[in-house]
Write a protein that binds this ligand. Structure first.
Ligand SMILES: [Fe+2]
Length: 399
């Protein structure tokens, strides 16, 4: 019965993914493209913005080139950087206050996933007078948001291209997602110069998040020809460039390619959704504080192993796109090559293959929560249940 219910929901998602007019942000890219920020804002008649970033970025001066270009370009700005690593509703409300006090007319989000997500919700709050808690879920915003421009400084979340923003409610000890087309940025700048100093471990784990978005969007049941094209391209770019970026952070071409991979991954998953890798990663993150990209990287080969019978054709396509095999080879050979290719990539970037933090006594509850998050929300190729996740968690623990 649960299976029929899940598959019916997935069928409805599939129809929706074909008709929903999810916007695509205008993309400006290339080394030094941050300098084009004033031009993009002025084209939309914006001359006073709230720049949302986090304290670390403000401290290390990564944002200086943006602020200089805004000043030179005659754009008035106010920087709001009081954001926690997992932004809270309180952070959003403070940002909203600064936006109103300074008569801003647009929002520029600068940073990794957290400041960009926080900026999306600040923008939503400026015109939608409901509390952030009431924005939880799908399509709860009634009013358009002001001009929102995103400038990612990591290559992984793809949030500059998505309709999703995640926020923490400390009162309820809950992290939740707001999904609405209105919070998809109008434009984004993909400037590889901003990533040249990103440390190797952040490069690898955020990059594996991008790879996970692309793979889960592609093997899921609701992909469209467009999302499939983006996902395949993201997989190809990641296998060609992620390890290079990890080994030589100053390789501008590799950084640029990974920004694009992340962007394509974001465009694919915001329409075709993610799968169980994310369900497991979110729960491991919630209980043990495991960073999102790291958790995805570790879990990805395990979920592919469990799902491969149901999506061998698609995994074979991805193995070929990744340059791990030839289209003439047997599907089963190619699926194994994809899984082993991901394991090798992890190993080469010092990403472990197990999660030692998992405690045996937590496993039943974790498995139940993973099932609750994944079913029926994620249109996965093979349905798994709590008992499957229990076995998986033991394997992940290294038992
Ligand atoms: Fe993710």
């Amino acid at each position: 019965m649960k299976k029929i219910y899940a598959r019916t929901r997935h069928f409805i998602f599939k129809l929706l993914s074909r008709v929903l007019p999810i916007p695509e942000p205008e993309v400006v890219s290339g080394p030094g493209s941050t300098a084009r920020c004033p031009e993009i804002l002025k084209a939309d008649g914006i001359n006073n913005v709230l720049v949302v970033t986090d304290q670390d970025i403000a401290k290390i001066g990564l944002i200086d080139s943006l602020l200089e270009s805004l000043q030179k370009g005659g754009i008035t700005y106010t920087v709001f950087s009081n954001i926690q690593p997992n932004p809270t509703i309180q952070n959003v409300e403070e940002g909203l206050k600064v936006y109103i006090e300074n008569h801003c007319r647009g929002v520029v989000a600068f940073g990794g996933g957290s400041p960009i997500d926080c900026a999306k919700i600040i923008a939503a709050r400026t015109t939608n007078k409901k509390p952030v808690k009431k924005m939880k879920g799908l399509f709860k915003l009634w009013r358009r948001v002001p001009f929102l421009l995103a400038i990612p400084t990591t290559a992984g979340t793809g949030t500059e291209a998505t309709i999703v923003a995640v926020i923490t409610d400390p009162e309820e000890h809950e992290k939740f997602a707001i999904n609405d087309m209105k919070i998809c940025p109008k434009a984004c700048i993909l400037d590889p110069e901003l990533l040249l100093g990103l440390p190797p471990h952040l490069t690898s784990t955020t990059g594996m998040d991008a790879l996970t978005h692309a793979i889960e969007a592609y093997i899921g049941l609701i992909g469209t020809p467009k999302t499939n094209k983006w996902a395949v391209e993201a997989v190809k770019l990641t296998f060609q460039n992620l390890e290079h970026s990890y080994r030589d952070g100053t390789d501008m071409k590799a950084r640029e390619a990974m920004l694009l991979a992340s962007h394509y991954g974001g465009k694919a998953f915001t329409r075709a959704y993610v799968g169980y890798v994310h369900a497991v990663a979110h729960n491991l993150g919630g209980v043990y504080g495991l960073p999102h990209g790291l958790a995805n990287a570790i879990v990805l080969p395990y979920i592919l192993e469990l799902s491969k019978d149901a999506c061998a054709d698609k995994m074979a396509d991805l193995a070929v796109a990744a340059g791990l095999g030839d289209a003439s080879e047997e599907k089963q050979v190619l699926t194994d090559k994809l899984i082993n290719g991901i394991r090798d990539l992890n190993r080469n970037m010092d990403i472990p293959s197990t999660v030692k933090e998992i405690k045996e006594e937590d496993i039943p509850t974790l498995a139940k929560r993973i099932e609750e998050e994944g079913n029926p929300a994620y249109p996965v190729p093979k349905l798994l249940w709590a008992k499957d996740f229990e076995k998986l968690l033991y394997k992940l623990k290294g038992k």
